[in-house]
Ligand binder design. Structure first.
Ligand code: PEP
Length: 251
């Protein structure tokens, strides 16, 4: 039985003051014990968030990490070991904003995934197609290719300590959401792809859906058999809304 997970990607939002308010709001939520909850603030707010959420069963993650795990001459980057040292437990890898706006290549995604695991962080690998790719009927091919980049380079066993998020790019921050069936079809294909290599890893792999998840649509999405929770962007900046989404993932 897979434990549901809801992850809040705060993206490049927040000031120390607004983050303090969000922390207060999260501390007031009744969060379900059977759901793993995580938030991903910007790096400069990690210490504040780790400290502010220390009494809650909420993990803190980073939104990206360097391709190298340790320390060195990589100006502007933050390594997975440094994130671990700052109190992170997870890290987003290959978010579409990094792939499409900041130019993260498949090779960099793979190196970041590996670096995360070297440092003991759980990588949350994001995959998903653009609108053009969906309209061209390429959704499953694109998603399978992104997943295969990691599996081919690092082996399927690395997914035993990872989470996958299916995030159709056309649904991120747009208010458009994949229908539960559209999302389920892709999630089932991801699980089948992994099962072809290792059924046990596939059975335990949590696959989250991301793309305009809100309290109003969460329960229906999370009710699908291969959707194990959500990666939530915009709605995670409102503690009450995020709390409601977390509760929707509970049993
Ligand atoms: C995201 O940033 O991963 C995301 C899913 O954003 P939103 O929920 O705002 O669509």
């Amino acid at each position: 039985m897979r434990r549901s997970m809801v992850a809040g990607n705060w993206k490049m939002h927040g000031t120390r003051a607004s983050v303090a308010e969000l922390i207060d709001g999260l501390n007031r939520q009744a969060l379900p014990a059977d759901v793993e909850v995580a938030v991903f603030p910007v790096s400069v707010h990690l210490g504040q968030v780790v400290e502010g959420l220390k009494d809650l069963a909420v993990s803190v993650g980073a939104q990206d990490c360097a391709v190298e795990a340790g320390q060195g001459a990589l100006t502007g980057e933050v390594s997975s070991e440094q994130l671990r040292d700052a109190g992170c437990e997870l890290v987003l890898i290959g978010h579409s904003e990094r792939r499409l706006i900041l130019g993260d290549s498949e090779e960099q995604v793979v190196r970041k995934f590996a670096a995360a695991q070297v440092a003991g962080l759980v990588p949350l690998l994001c995959v998903g197609e653009t609108l053009e790719q969906r309209e061209a009927g390429e959704t499953l091919k694109v998603v399978a290719g992104q997943l295969d980049s990691v599996i081919d380079a690092l082996g399927v066993a690395v997914l035993a300590n990872a989470v996958v998020a299916y995030e159709p790019v056309w649904a991120i921050g747009t208010g458009l959401t994949a229908t539960p069936q559209q999302a389920q079809d892709v999630h089932a294909a991801i699980r089948a792809q992994v099962a072809a290599k290792d059924p046990q890893v596939a059975g335990g792999l949590r696959i989250l859906y991301g793309g305009s998840v809100k309290a109003a649509n969460a329960a229906e999405l999370f009710g699908m058999p291969d959707i194990d929770g959500g990666l939530v962007g915009g709605a995670s900046l409102n503690a009450d809304e995020f709390g409601a989404i977390c509760r929707a993932a509970g049993n």
